[in-house]
Design a protein around this ligand. Structure first.
Ligand SMILES: [Zn+2]
Ligand SMILES: [Zn+2]
Length: 124
């Protein structure tokens, strides 16, 4: 593993579950390694995704985000602040498997809601 790759992984695990964009990861990486190139960060993210070390999320509006957790899970997306939180859906996937009578091979599940922080702010 290269130093750059170890740095990126460290940023993502520390920042988890924030689901950072490639640009956000790049700006964190630059604080630790001022000479790191944007292309290096992007290339490493692609490789880490191919190796199954991290997940990659395509967002409906806005740049893609990267997920420190590579195992399948759903997400909660806040309509107000754009925060993305993990949502465990193991039971739901089992229900779907019994309904369709076969194994679910992969899924993308994003539930839109208003996050607890924004709800607290609105209640004030
Ligand atoms: Zn929010
Ligand atoms: Zn996630």
């Amino acid at each position: 593993m290269t130093r750059q790759r170890a740095l990126i992984l460290g940023i993502m695990r520390e920042k988890c579950p924030e689901h950072l964009t490639a640009d956000e990861i790049f700006s964190h990486a630059r604080q630790a390694m001022p000479h790191i190139a944007r292309g290096t960060v992007y290339r490493n993210l692609k490789l880490m995704e191919l190796d199954g070390e991290i997940g990659h999320l395509e967002m409906p509006d806005g740049p893609d985000r990267y997920d420190a957790n590579p195992t399948p899970h759903g997400h909660l997306l806040c309509d107000s602040c754009g925060d993305l939180a993990d949502l465990p859906v193991v039971g739901l996937i089992r229900d779907i498997e019994s309904a369709i009578g076969t194994e679910v091979r992969g899924y993308t599940l994003t539930i839109r809601y208003i996050c607890p922080k924004c709800r607290a702010k609105n209640a004030q």
